[in-house]
Design a protein around this ligand. Structure first.
Ligand SMILES: C[S@@+](CC[C@H](N)C(=O)[O-])C[C@H]1O[C@@H](n2cnc3c(N)ncnc32)[C@H](O)[C@@H]1O
Length: 221
């Protein structure tokens, strides 16, 4: 029996993933007629990310169910106690990571989201799952909210906010990643600069693309 696969979390995730599947950002009028190349440029922008994600404030933009399960498995098998997440949205990935912390015997998950209505929804979902006590959601831009008051050692870092900031967030937190710490970056192909930081053999990571655009990296000693 695990927190992930039993009530109240399992039926909640089932509903949230069903709702997420019906809320495709491509249906948003702001992007419906936009050529794919322009959309990709927006996703990579380092100056327009606040506008871009504000216009998607009603969309969950969640990890896939498979990626969610993978997050739980990685955090659980790693025995993670200190987890940081960039990009909370409605809290779907957060729920998976918090479930792993619960099954690991406790811990602390710091997540961050700049959109206030999303922070409220994520807190509501975590509360419904009985996991809110493990999670601190910092409201604001991750460049500020993750700049201080972090655990000395981070066991697992999920990057799932504005893609252009992946390199900045990694570099901000890197000295807290102990040897063996895991970094998971969703849709990492939108940040070639990030891949250039984690993939070279001398970069201090073992790193590879795994399913669905997810880059999994492990910090070396
Ligand atoms: C892809 S969604 C996250 C989905 C979430 N991880 C899940 O699986 O449920 C990205 C989220 O990051 C937020 N975001 C983007 N850039 C951010 C930043 N610089 N600081 C804080 N939040 C940010 C967006 O508002 C959006 O809700």
């Amino acid at each position: 029996m695990t927190t992930l696969t039993t009530a109240p979390l399992a039926p909640l995730l089932h509903r949230l993933f069903e709702e997420a599947a019906l809320a495709s950002p491509e249906d948003n009028p702001a992007f419906a007629d936009m050529p794919a190349a322009n959309l990709a440029r927006l996703m990579r922008s380092k100056t327009q990310y606040l506008n871009f994600y504000s216009s998607l404030k009603d969309y969950p933009l969640a990890v896939s169910p498979a990626t969610g399960t993978l997050l739980y498995m990685l955090a659980r098998s790693h025995g993670a106690r200190n987890v940081v997440e960039f990009g909370t949205s409605f809290g779907i990935s957060t729920l998976h990571l918090a479930a792993a912390l619960r099954d690991n015997g406790g811990g602390r998950l710091i997540s961050t989201e700049f959109e206030p209505s999303k922070v409220a929804r994520a807190r509501q979902n975590l509360s419904a799952a009985g996991l809110l006590d493990l999670v601190e959601i910092r409201e604001g831009d991750a460049l500020q909210t993750l700049a201080q008051d972090l655990p000395e050692h981070i066991d697992l870092l999920l990057l799932d906010g504005a893609k252009a900031l992946y390199p900045d967030i990694l570099q901000m937190l890197e000295n807290r990643l102990a040897p063996g710490a895991l970094v998971i970056a969703d849709d990492a192909e939108y940040s070639p600069e990030y891949l250039a930081l984690v993939r070279p053999p001398a970069a201090g990571y073992l790193s590879m693309a795994i399913a669905e655009g997810v880059e999994l990296s492990m910090r070396l000693g």
